[in-house]
Design a protein around this ligand. Structure first.
Ligand SMILES: [Zn+2]
Length: 70
């Protein structure tokens, strides 16, 4: 029974990890140079349509979809 319980716990952990990864992977950021404001680079999420302005290089690390709040 102990082995079965261990497998069950491991399975639950895997499910939680994959779900949290999906939440961040769902967003596909694309840099839109036409929407840049000075030094701010415009990034738009292809998945949810969220728009983020960043001064630093690289894509936003998280989704900022206003529809997902609340
Ligand atoms: Zn998104």
């Amino acid at each position: 029974m102990h082995i079965l319980l261990g497998l069950l716990i491991a399975f639950v952990i895997v499910v939680i990890m994959t779900r949290s990864r999906r939440a961040t992977r769902a967003c596909r950021w694309r840099e839109e140079r036409s929407g840049n404001r000075g030094s701010l680079r415009k990034h738009q999420c292809m998945a949810c349509g969220a728009e983020v302005y960043r001064a630093a290089k690289g894509d936003p690390d998280m989704c900022r979809d206003p529809n997902k709040r609340g």
